[in-house]
Ligand binder design. Structure first.
Ligand SMILES: NC(=O)C1=CN([C@@H]2O[C@H](COP(=O)(O)OP(=O)(O)OC[C@H]3O[C@@H](n4cnc5c(N)ncnc54)[C@H](OP(=O)(O)O)[C@@H]3O)[C@@H](O)[C@H]2O)C=CC1
Ligand SMILES: CC(=O)N[C@@H](CCC(=O)OP(=O)(O)O)C(=O)O
Length: 334
């Protein structure tokens, strides 16, 4: 199966290249960014001796000639114009941006006017643990946000048991690659080294994504209070959810039962850490209860489970391959 990577010069684009170089079923047939005219080894010196091919100026018509599936590692608001054209060319699409994640009205409220109203309703949300059957038939997949991936995998098993009258708090922490490669004041070394802080408390665009998916999957309207933080690490994401239970239920059993058949969710006996999932597609989850007070703790690699490896898992399912084929499992620890 021939695969194109558009946005290959970015952080998630590089992760896609690294996964697909070793993938047994996908062959990288096209890579592009906005400028082209460079070999991939010059663009990413870490690939020297591993992949030798030109980087093109992204062009959906050209993709249609050489690829069956395309991964869009492009900024929000840029992806949709590419996805629309690629679908016309008969190319399946996995979009890593937010452009197809939300219902139209929610998207337009938090991002901008949508340019592809024809396809947005048919996109399947690419959280494999909850959408696997739909993913098998999908031609357009909206890869979830990194914060929503870690938050939803932690929270969804407990939604039926949480007291709807008490607030849910999600405290989330991300490494700086979560912001992409573009220059950004708060990810500069002088600012974030030996520093940490919250940003956009209760106002981050991932809060509506989390709320909308809880509503669609569980038919419950929860007010979710989401606070992201930036931490001085390259990659990794740690989520701590605080909520109140209706009753003193066996939370360990609920978690274990929910994910007993999930290849990429590991239920842990102790609080989780980011090194144990860095470099992998795993989401590690731990849960604890104090009376009715609930603590759920999850960890992912923002660039992999939060973006590129989850995108390849989705592509595997879309193309009828085994979910775990070619997916990284060995963590970078120590
Ligand atoms: N970083 C992360 O942890 C996560 C990222 N995502 C999402 O994935 C997407 C990619 O993120 P990330 O890799 O971090 O972003 P980067 O900023 O690192 O990379 C963006 C890429 O898009 C390319 N690009 C931008 N505009 C165009 C255009 N008009 N035509 C062709 N190529 C273009 C850039 O190419 P050029 O070099 O030519 O500018 C670059 O290759 C974003 O939507 C992001 O929100 C999702 C989850 C996690
Ligand atoms: C640390 C940091 O800046 N993180 C990004 C979120 C990650 C991202 O790229 O957003 P999507 O997952 O929606 O694609 C942010 O807060 O905007």
């Amino acid at each position: 199966m021939n695969a194109a990577i558009i946005g290959a010069s970015g952080y998630t684009g590089l992760e896609l290249i690294k996964i697909l170089i070793n993938h047994p079923k996908f062959n990288i047939s096209y890579i592009a960014n906005s400028t082209g005219n460079i070999n991939v080894q010059e663009l990413h010196p870490s690939l020297k001796g591993l992949l030798d091919m030109p980087v093109e100026v992204a062009n959906p018509k050209e993709v249609g000639k050489v690829a069956d599936i395309a991964f869009l590692a492009l900024p929000h608001k840029t992806s949709m114009s590419f996805a629309k054209e690629l679908l016309k060319e008969g190319v399946k699409v996995v979009d890593l941006s937010a452009d197809y994640r939300l219902e139209l009205e929610t998207y337009e409220k938090h991002y901008c006017e949508h340019e592809d109203k024809q396809n947005i309703n048919d996109a399947v949300y690419g959280l494999p643990e909850y959408y696997k059957e739909k993913l098998k038939e999908a031609i357009l997949v909206a890869n979830p946000g990194c914060y929503p991936t870690a938050s939803l995998l932690a929270l969804l098993p407990f939604i039926d048991y949480i007291d709807e009258n008490s607030p849910i708090f999600i405290d989330a922490k991300s490494g700086v690659t979560g912001a992409g490669k573009k220059l950004n004041e708060i990810t500069q070394f002088g600012h974030i080294n030996e520093n940490t802080h919250a940003y956009n408390p209760f106002k981050h665009r991932h809060m509506p994504e989390i709320q909308e998916k809880i509503k669609l999957l569980k038919q419950k309207e929860f007010s979710v209070n989401f606070v992201p933080h930036l931490i001085p690490v390259t990659r990794g994401m740690l989520v701590s959810v605080y909520a109140t239970l209706k009753n003193e239920v066996d939370v360990n059993d609920i978690l274990a039962q929910t994910y007993k058949n999930s290849e990429f969710v590991r239920v842990r006996d102790n609080a989780v850490d980011i090194k144990s999932t860095a470099g992998t597609n795993f989401c590690d989850i731990f849960v604890a209860r104090n009376g009715k007070a609930l603590f759920i703790n999850s960890s992912i690699d923002n660039l992999l489970r939060g973006a590129s490896s989850q995108a390849v898992v989705n592509a595997n399912i879309m193309c009828g391959f085994e979910e775990g084929e070619g997916i990284p499992k060995i963590a970078y620890a120590p």
